[in-house]
Design a protein around this ligand. Structure first.
Ligand SMILES: NC(=O)c1ccc[n+]([C@@H]2O[C@H](COP(=O)([O-])OP(=O)(O)OC[C@H]3O[C@@H](n4cnc5c(N)ncnc54)[C@H](OP(=O)(O)O)[C@@H]3O)[C@@H](O)[C@H]2O)c1
Length: 286
């Protein structure tokens, strides 16, 4: 099928998901403009039109939106994913610019920006609702590289974690093809994994054993506090990991239905990121 080349503005383009939205749009032959507060540090592919803008200052989006037909949005605008209050103005700027399709990355909680997108009947909007990102496993990289060890609470919890590339692929399809307006897409990977399953996949990918040490809830809270996390974030982590909601531990086939290819596995993800977990020369060999 020949597709018309579209021009899409991606916000959060330097983030975990946004980089994948950019990559998947480019792979499908579309033109990408990327919004960032720091163009010099964006590190995006050369063919991307990188522009400065800040979602907390919607006027800065007006030039960025010129000539685009699709818009990918995040719902936060600062540290610890503080919800953006600028939704109505962002959507007004998008409508004025002639944007036809919008994807929004659901943040897991109430969001005035997401509400503004959903209540806009002048655009085809799609809400992307991923469960836990596979990329969260990168938080283990330092401990694995330093001491071949992962220290985590709730190690038997199940997660349907999703490859961030698949979130990007679903966004790219929804932004450029018909039939995704008014949809909420829960996005998962193809299998349920325990923490032990993930650690085993990383060990296989790096070719060196990794031991898993289970922390008590108290030890985990002390570690999150020591890392400087605010109490509400710690509460969120305890809830998400200690009593993962059913949606987070139920596999669905949305990725395959929307993109036409199976959702990527954590084994694939671990192989792609093996270098982040590789032992340093100083650590020797197993
Ligand atoms: N981690 C998970 O397992 C998980 C699961 C489900 C949903 N989520 C949700 O996913 C979202 C996080 O996505 P992510 O991990 O891809 O984010 P991320 O890697 O933390 O990236 C943050 C992005 O937000 C941009 N940004 C922040 N404030 C901005 C502002 N005021 N104006 C413009 N851009 C701004 C940054 O751009 P610049 O710094 O370049 O300006 C950067 O591109 C959250 O809403 C979270 O709740 C996460």
């Amino acid at each position: 099928m020949t597709q018309t080349r579209k021009k899409i503005l991606v916000t959060g383009a330097t983030g975990t998901v946004g980089r994948q939205v950019v990559a998947e749009l480019l792979a499908r032959g579309h033109e990408v403009r990327a919004l960032t507060r720091d163009p010099a540090g964006a590190g995006l592919p050369g063919e991307v039109d990188v522009v400065r803008g800040d979602l907390t200052a919607p006027d800065s989006l007006v030039p960025a939106l010129e000539g685009v037909t699709g818009l990918h949005l995040i719902t936060f605008g600062g540290p610890y994913f503080a919800p953006l209050e600028t939704g109505p103005r962002v959507m007004e700027a998008a409508r004025t610019a002639g944007v036809r399709r919008v994807t929004v990355l659901h943040g897991g909680g109430p969001s005035p920006l997401e509400d503004a997108v959903r209540s806009d009947d002048g655009v085809d909007w799609t809400v992307l609702m991923p469960v836990e990102f596979m990329a969260n496993a990168l938080e283990w990289a330092d401990g694995i590289v330093a001491s071949d060890e992962v220290r985590e609470p709730f190690v038997s919890r199940l997660s349907a974690m999703v490859h961030e590339g698949d979130i990007g692929a679903v966004a790219a399809v929804a932004l450029t093809e018909e039939g995704h307006g008014g949809q909420e897409y829960v996005l998962t990977g193809p299998e349920l994994l325990t923490v032990g399953d993930k650690v085993a996949a990383i060990a296989a990918a790096r070719g060196r054993a990794v031991s898993l040490v289970e922390l008590t809830e108290e030890e985990a809270v002390a570690r999150w506090r020591a890392a400087g996390h605010p109490e509400d974030v710690i509460g969120f982590l305890l809830e998400a990991y200690g009593s993962t909601p059913e949606v987070g531990r139920t596999v669905v086939d949305t990725v395959e239905k929307v993109t036409g290819r199976p959702a990527r596995t954590f084994t694939q993800w671990a192989a792609e990121h093996a270098s982040a977990f590789a032992a340093t020369a100083a650590a020797g060999t197993a």
